[in-house]
Design a protein around this ligand. Structure first.
Ligand SMILES: Cc1ncc(C[n+]2csc(CCOP(=O)(O)OP(=O)(O)O)c2C)c(N)n1
Length: 378
């Protein structure tokens, strides 16, 4: 069918007529331990000690400080395109706190920078990645982490393979892999969850439902009642959690990780959060996010909510908060300085490390870049 023949309004109407249970906002069926002000809900018990929650808060502050600095660096031309986790800090850090970096693996997408740092990747190395230096693409030896994955959902089959390998070797490590709501429409997502269920791989899929896949809203991503509901089709537990509640995210991740470790197989966690920043530094969400929606979701920011919990528990006051903010800002400054102390990458380095033995096409391109002409002669 020609493009002209597609009746766009008709398609839109058909898509929006599908009934859906959750369109963003508070899902009544999601696990939640904290109310909007950070008070424990009736009957809820904190799954982490006060010190551990404070440490989680520090990681969330680091994530936010990094995002703010990275956007500024990108605007100054000092790093390339960057995707922030702004608004999703509880969703990312809550999972991190449930992992043992000495035996569990993270197979990330591209929005889980702070989880990578928590797992042992130096922040300065990650900044080198965003500077475009190949050094930044290499995970240091002994850090149980796969590199950043930009190709949507391609990390998921890899995570299952890694988890199956751990199981076959009789190790007790668990693999946690992240993806977005948009990535869950890729074939790789379905293949990975299916195989994980069949082989009972020790893997936890954390699907961060942040409301959008660039400009595609959640309502146009799937007709399923929830992303977690898809798990049933693969024979795995599917869990919905309030992704802006650090304690709830931790509790659901901890349960899933320990089940996988004990031989209980995979879990799909739908972490319901919201992207308060643009998709990336190359995006303009004012073109597709209604301003009232953004305003409303700002009130659900995970940081003030956790601050409310910590203040209520007598673990945080303004002075301590200021100290923590200053400390993470200093950490980011030091990492930026360390990354920028490296020589700037040259354009020809983009050809390095792609193939062990580059083919003639790559060699031609390298020669062309060097100004020697497409055949390396002129
Ligand atoms: C296979 C593939 N198709 C398209 C893209 C372009 N792309 C980059 S991010 C993105 C949206 C992803 O949304 P989601 O999975 O919800 O994750 P989020 O960025 O919201 O965290 C798209 C379409 C890509 N990177 N890979």
């Amino acid at each position: 069918m020609d493009e002209e023949e597609v009746d766009q309004p008709m398609i839109e109407a058909a898509m929006t007529s599908v009934p859906r249970a959750f369109e963003g906002g508070a899902d009544p069926d999601a696990l939640r331990l904290l109310d909007a002000n950070g008070a424990l809900l009736d009957g809820a018990a904190a799954p982490l000690s006060g010190d551990a929650v404070l440490e989680g808060y520090r990681w969330m502050l680091l994530s936010r400080a990094l995002d703010e600095r990275a956007v500024s660096l990108q605007r100054q031309g000092r790093i390339g395109t960057y995707s922030a986790a702004y608004g999703q800090e509880a969703s990312v850090v809550g999972v991190s706190l449930a992992l043992d970096p000495a035996r569990d693996w993270i197979v990330p997408q591209y929005r889980e920078t702070v989880a990578m740092v928590h797992h042992g990747m130096p922040l300065s190395t990650l900044l080198l990645y965003y500077i475009g230096n190949p050094v930044g693409g290499r995970v240091p030896d002994g850090v149980l982490l796969a590199p950043v994955q930009i190709s949507l959902a391609a990390q998921l089959p890899q995570a299952v393979g890694l988890a199956l390998g751990l199981k076959m070797q009789g190790r007790d490590g668990v693999v946690v892999t992240f993806c977005g709501d948009g990535a869950s429409s890729e074939g790789d997502f379905h293949e990975a969850l299916n195989l994980a269920g069949v082989v009972q791989a020790p893997v936890v899929f954390v699907l961060q439902n942040n409301g959008y896949a660039i400009s595609t809203p959640r309502s146009k991503q799937t007709a399923a009642v929830s992303f977690a509901a898809r798990a049933q089709g693969y024979g795995l537990p599917g869990v919905r959690v309030d992704g802006n509640d650090l304690l709830a995210v931790y509790a659901s991740a901890h349960e899933a990780v320990e089940r996988a470790r004990a031989g209980g197989g995979p879990t799909l966690i739908e972490s319901q959060t919201y992207r308060l920043f643009p998709h990336s530094t190359a995006d303009d969400p004012t073109r597709y996010v209604p301003s009232e929606e953004l305003e409303a979701r700002r009130r659900d920011d995970p940081l003030p909510r956790l601050r409310g919990y910590l203040a209520g528990a007598g673990l945080l006051d303004e002075a301590r908060d200021e100290q923590l903010r200053a400390a993470v800002a200093e950490e980011v400054t030091a990492a930026v300085a360390a990354a920028e102390a490296y020589p700037r990458p040259t354009a020809s380095q983009m050809f390095d490390h792609v193939y062990a033995r580059p083919g003639s096409r790559i060699e031609r391109q390298r020669a062309e870049l060097a100004g020697q002409g497409p055949e390396g002669g002129a």
